[in-house]
Write a protein that binds this ligand. Structure first.
Ligand code: XBP
Ligand code: MG
Length: 262
């Protein structure tokens, strides 16, 4: 039986990368008087690694000459990332980054049906809370049981560590959960943790990635007047990724595309 939905945060709950994290990184670079600028295309390439500190390190290794004066040591990376996180939370608090279509609808539906909800992410818990405090009605705790985040585990996605940690905290088996992700790194993390039921909601940055292990791949969850489109799996008549659909997806063998009974 499906007992829990495990939502990724960035790119899945909301499109936070292009106009959120990226902008915050650039603000922090200016604050630290670095002449770095991550445009949209470069940021897309840097998204191959998860985690903001990891992304800064990748940039220094791959895009800066090692004799460059602006190569930072580890404590400077941590300080720069802290400044970026402050900027990012300000962006979230302004409300300019909304939840993706159907996210609030599905969370409400799952909650009403007694399905447990967690967020499993490589960003920080503070960032998730800042997003959800602004975007969900009432207290975040009323909606989300657990935020499994960032540096609580050693290895970030695509390693399974954060999913394994969440399962352990919630006392759940992988077979009782369905993971909702937007990226290949996230999909690999979930499947490596033994979660076979996976739904991908792609975005601009991830739409060309490979999702062969996923049970279903859609453009978004669908909302009233805004039906989803499926890349893998077929359309539900109501155009919504809703609980009946997720329940029938759950446990379905991912080697064959999901076919909605409708
Ligand atoms: C996405 C990430 C994060 C954010 C930046 O994670 O890789 O690193 O881009 O966040 P997910 P931080 O999709 O798993 O939520 O700077 O806080 O690491
Ligand atoms: Mg993501």
């Amino acid at each position: 039986m499906l007992q829990a939905l495990l939502f990724d945060c960035d790119g899945t709950l909301a499109d936070t990368e292009r106009e959120g994290h990226r902008v915050a990184f650039n603000q922090a670079f200016r604050q630290f008087e670095l002449d770095w600028y991550w445009d949209e295309a470069l940021y897309g390439r840097l998204l191959q690694v998860t985690g903001g500190k990891e992304r800064i390190r990748l940039y220094m290794q791959s895009y800066l000459d090692c004799s460059n004066q602006q190569v930072l040591d580890e404590s400077q990376v941590v300080a720069l990332h802290r400044a970026k996180s402050i900027q990012f939370k300000e962006i979230l608090k302004s409300g300019e980054i909304a939840l993706r279509p159907g996210v609030l609808r599905l969370i409400k539906e799952a909650k009403l049906a007694g399905i447990r909800i967690a967020v499993v992410t490589t960003t920080t818990a503070e960032n998730v809370i800042a997003l959800l405090e602004r975007q969900l009605p009432g207290k975040v705790d009323n909606w989300v049981e657990l935020i499994a985040a960032g540096d609580v585990v050693e290895n970030k996605k695509p390693a399974p560590d954060i999913y394994l940690w969440a399962l352990q905290q919630m006392g759940l088996q992988p077979g009782q959960c369905l993971a909702i992700e937007d990226s290949r790194n996230g999909l690999l993390a979930a499947t490596r943790a033994g979660i076979e039921s996976t739904l991908i909601t792609v975005n601009d940055y991830t739409q060309m990635e490979t999702f062969s292990e996923a049970t279903m791949v859609v453009d978004h969850l669908g909302d009233s007047g805004q039906p989803y489109t499926a890349q893998k799996g077929t359309m539900a008549q109501n155009g919504l990724v809703d609980l009946p659909l997720l329940k029938s997806l759950h446990g379905h063998n991912s080697s064959a595309p999901y076919r909605n009974p409708n």
